[in-house]
Ligand binder design. Structure first.
Ligand SMILES: [Zn+2]
Length: 214
């Protein structure tokens, strides 16, 4: 369905919705579950409510959180060359910069925040904001704030960038040494996939409308 052209009366501004791609204004309509509202100019998706979407988002976030715990608890990679082997965990990768002196040391805190703390913070925020809704209850106190923070942190949570960096590094060293993937590596790959699936499922406007109604 395509939303109607807007009425620009000052007292009706809260009934307007702007297209995130071309800024075209539309009148906010009630979109049935399963339907998709598109921009009348560029046909981008504006609203797409799906049955059970919140329960799916919470399940994916919970699964990703469990995989993150596994990813930091178990060995990540084991490298062997000329009879010498070395195993490293994600925590080892984060603290590697702290062992260097000078300007590199603060990088440990930054890397730890970007690949572990911020992704975990986002997942906890989403579970806190949407978990009660998935169980048919009223949202918890400050659920809107938790959801807003989780959405704003999205560009800074870089677990997927980390796994991409690891993949590029492995291509470089695979000819020089034998590399074995630890269980944490697969947990990290799994959590990146779950986070991507969760972010795809989230229709931010639909969730804000549900939170505003409660
Ligand atoms: Zn548009």
């Amino acid at each position: 369905m395509t939303l109607a052209e807007p009425s620009l009366r000052p007292d009706r501004l809260d009934t307007l919705i702007a297209c995130p791609h071309c800024d075209c204004l539309h009148t906010l309509a009630s979109v049935p579950v399963g339907a998709t509202a598109r921009c009348s100019r560029c046909h981008s998706v504006l609203l797409s409510p799906r049955r059970g979407a919140i329960a799916t988002i919470v399940s994916l976030a919970f699964g990703a959180l469990i995989l993150m715990i596994s990813a930091v608890s178990f060995p990540f990679l084991e490298i062997e060359a000329s009879g010498i082997s070395s195993a490293a965990s994600v925590i080892d990768a984060v603290t590697a910069f702290a062992e260097a002196s000078g300007m590199m040391a603060p990088l440990s805190a930054i890397v730890g925040a970007l690949i572990i703390l911020l992704p975990v913070g986002r997942l906890v925020g989403i579970i806190y904001a949407l978990g009660p809704l998935a169980m048919g209850r009223q949202p918890a106190a400050h659920a809107g704030l938790a959801f807003r923070v989780a959405m704003r942190l999205r560009p800074w949570a870089m677990a997927e960038i980390f796994i991409l960096g690891v993949a590029v590094a492995l291509v470089k060293i695979v000819g020089l040494a034998s590399v074995e993937f630890g269980s944490a590596f697969w947990a990290f790959v799994g959590l990146v996939l779950l986070i991507a699936a969760k972010d795809t499922m989230i229709c931010e406007r639909s969730i804000w409308r549900i939170l505003a109604r409660k």
